[in-house]
Design a protein. Structure first.
Length: 669
């Protein structure tokens, strides 16, 4: 991934269109040797493997010593040697002995170099002297490269049999390690390392339960309070935790002026050689870890042991600290040293220390520097990781970078919040036209959008951020759908049913994937079918009553029936075009402006489309000025369409009625 010009995490967009994230799709070509022991661009150079080191007793200074014979000439230039350092040491010494000291060579020491002969290879050490010393070397494959300083024709070709010195410059490479460091050097020399046990609890799964684990010792350490009273731990961090955040919890009973935590991966740390470090000032006091705060192990044994011990003159009640999370930790074997300074009271003679490492994709506390929301994701390689969605004005992997000054952020925040008032014209117009449901939903959109952005801008979160975000999407898209339903002219009950359907569907859509094109196609299709069906009903009825063609009926419906105010149509089309353009506008540092414009244009477009339709009920006026879609026209059409007589009715003509009356009169006389 190649990141764009903006700070990572500070880019906010609508989820579609181009973005200043600037995701580049790159093709990488990797070249490697089929034989892992071969090096070089052509895989033609084989380093001379030095013998495995020999382990000696701890009392001896040099605990491992191995050497190898080699030769360098103008043909095989440079000459490479390699050896494996399988465990950390205090020092690594590599010595080069040239049979003829008058021959000047240059050499370098490399660690885990894929091709030390490349021009961009970084040397761990280089010197014209005969010995290179590396303090606190890292484990891995070390390569020694020896080359001629200048090309010389006088240097012959090395003989395959190094015992026959017929050409080239014969040499010997020797390496050794020193296991124990000198405590008087004040370079963090612990006497021993305490392993941390891995604790997992899959019975209480959460979103990132696959990488949810803790590492702690079974018992606390209680060394004497001296300058060398170091507490050292080691733990293996597997590749599955590469995407997590590691949170360090520390419990201590010492009243110390300060203490430091040094962490180094695949090597022993010092005060100047470390991958991560903390001091007491960075710790945040927390309550004693228990079931409410530690989802991994409700009873951390080492912490519980410190908590249960009685107070005395030598030890005090424990305090519990939590340090900022380590984001995307290095993989390997971690070596951790807790180093105190002087005690605050002369009576303090010992201290108790317990440590716990907790891994989460999204830590439960202090996540994203409290300036964003953490989402659990899985890469296509299957690595579970957490990604921060930073609040406006913040950026960086953990949202710790302030992108704007407080004054800029304040002004832009108020503009973003107050721009939600642009929905009021649509709500007022709907209320005046007795469209009370639409008016209430429009007001709800403005309120929810304001509450969401107050949380998004890290002012105040009334509800969880994810819930507010989904509700903002729901009511925003619902306002758009309300306009289409209103313009369709559906009858009262049909319109109410469509409004309920759209709102419920949007709630489910936004909780899953608000900007999914599939969801929009389905919902847009339903709205389109409803719109076309309603208009087809009106036009078919009007055509039947006007005895015109469908095109003539549509023309009278749209242009001559006073149904629409086309000034609002032009106004709404311009506003909606501007709002739609915001979806495809890069919105990095200009997010505040782009989103404020979106509020104003989209909400005023809703007002324009609500005003585009002039009547509560659609009309279709004929040339005689009579509305054929009115209630009166519908009742008259019903009378005309109703048959005058039923099939079995008896009909008396006028002559028959008169004759019948006369007969009746005579009879009565």
């Amino acid at each position: 991934m190649v990141w764009g010009g903006n700070v990572h995490g500070s880019v906010n967009n609508f989820g579609v269109g181009p973005s200043t994230n600037m995701w580049w799709y790159l093709d990488f070509t990797f070249r490697s040797c089929h034989v892992v022991d071969m090096l070089g661009s052509s895989c033609a150079t084989a380093p001379v493997p030095l013998p495995r080191r020999r382990i000696h007793s701890p009392q001896q200074q040099a605990t491992g010593s191995s050497d190898g014979r080699g030769c360098v000439d103008t043909v095989s230039n440079p000459s490479l040697f390699s050896f494996e350092l399988v465990q950390p040491a205090a020092y690594l010494d590599v010595t080069l002995d040239v049979d003829d000291p008058s021959n000047v060579v240059v050499w370098g020491l490399y660690l885990n170099a894929a091709n030390p002969m490349a021009s961009d290879a970084v040397q761990n050490a280089t010197s014209a002297t005969r010995t290179l010393r590396v303090m606190r070397p890292l484990v891995g494959r070390w390569i020694v490269g020896v080359a001629l300083q200048r090309h010389s024709a006088a240097v012959g070709k090395c003989n395959d049999d190094l015992s026959e010195n017929t050409g080239g410059i014969p040499l010997t490479v020797t390496w050794s390690t020193t296991e124990e460091c000198d405590s008087f050097e004040n370079e963090l020399c612990p006497a021993s390392w305490t392993p941390l046990n891995q604790l997992r609890d899959a019975a209480n799964p959460v979103d990132d339960y696959i990488v949810d684990a803790a590492f702690s010792a079974s018992q606390p350490s209680k060394p004497n309070m001296t300058h060398t009273a170091l507490v050292a731990y080691d733990v293996q961090v597997d590749p599955m935790y590469a995407g997590t955040s590691v949170v360090v919890h520390l419990a201590t009973t010492a009243h110390v002026a300060n203490f430091s935590v040094f962490i180094r991966v695949d090597g022993w740390p010092t005060a100047s050689l470390f991958d991560y470090s903390f001091d007491a000032s960075q710790g945040r006091p927390i309550g004693t870890l228990g079931s409410a705060t530690d989802p991994i192990d409700p009873s951390v044994q080492s912490f519980e042991a410190l908590r249960q011990q009685p107070n005395s003159t030598t030890m005090t009640a424990p305090s519990f600290l939590e340090f900022p999370p380590i984001v995307f930790p290095k993989i390997g074997h971690w070596y951790i040293i807790v180093a105190p300074t002087v005690p605050s009271t002369p009576s303090q003679r010992e201290w108790g220390v317990a440590i716990q490492l907790q891994t989460n994709a999204c830590p439960p506390r202090n996540v994203c520097s409290n300036h964003g929301t953490c989402l659990v994701k899985t890469s296509y390689q299957g690595i579970v990781y957490g990604e921060c969605q930073c609040a406006y004005g913040y950026g960086g992997r953990d949202c710790s970078s302030l992108v704007y000054t407080p004054r800029e952020r304040s002004g832009r925040t108020w503009l973003l919040l107050l721009s939600n008032a642009a929905i009021l014209p649509a709500a007022i117009l709907s209320w005046m036209r007795r469209l009370y449901v639409e008016a209430v939903l429009f007001v709800a959109l403005g309120v929810i959008s304001g509450v969401y952005h107050a949380c998004d801008l890290n002012l105040y979160c009334m509800f969880p951020y994810a819930f507010l975000q989904s509700m903002d999407f729901t009511f925003t898209f619902n306002a758009i759908m309300l306009g289409f339903i209103h313009l369709s002219g559906a009858f009262k009950h049909a319109k109410a049913g469509m409004q309920v359907f759209v709102l419920v569907a949007l709630v489910f859509m936004t909780t899953y994937n608000a900007t999914s094109m599939k969801n929009w196609i389905v919902l847009g299709g339903v709205i389109t079918v409803q719109f076309v069906a309603t208009w087809s009903y009106y036009l078919t009825m009007a055509r039947h009553r006007l005895h015109l063609t469908m095109f003539q009926t549509l023309k009278r419906f749209v242009l001559y029936s006073d149904n629409f105010d086309f000034r609002f149509l032009v106004f709404g089309a311009v506003l909606w075009g501007a709002a739609f353009g915001c979806f495809f506008t890069e919105s990095g540092h200009s997010y505040w402006l782009i989103h404020s414009i979106w509020h104003c244009t989209a909400m005023l477009a809703a007002f324009a489309f609500m005003g585009f339709r002039k009547n509560i009920r659609y009309r279709c006026v004929g040339e005689d000025g009579v509305d054929v879609l009115s209630h009166e026209a519908t009742q008259a059409a019903a009378r005309l369409d109703k048959p005058r007589f039923k099939p079995h009715d008896v009909v008396l003509m006028r002559e028959d009625v008169e004759a019948s009356t006369a007969t009746t009169q005579v009879t009565s006389t």
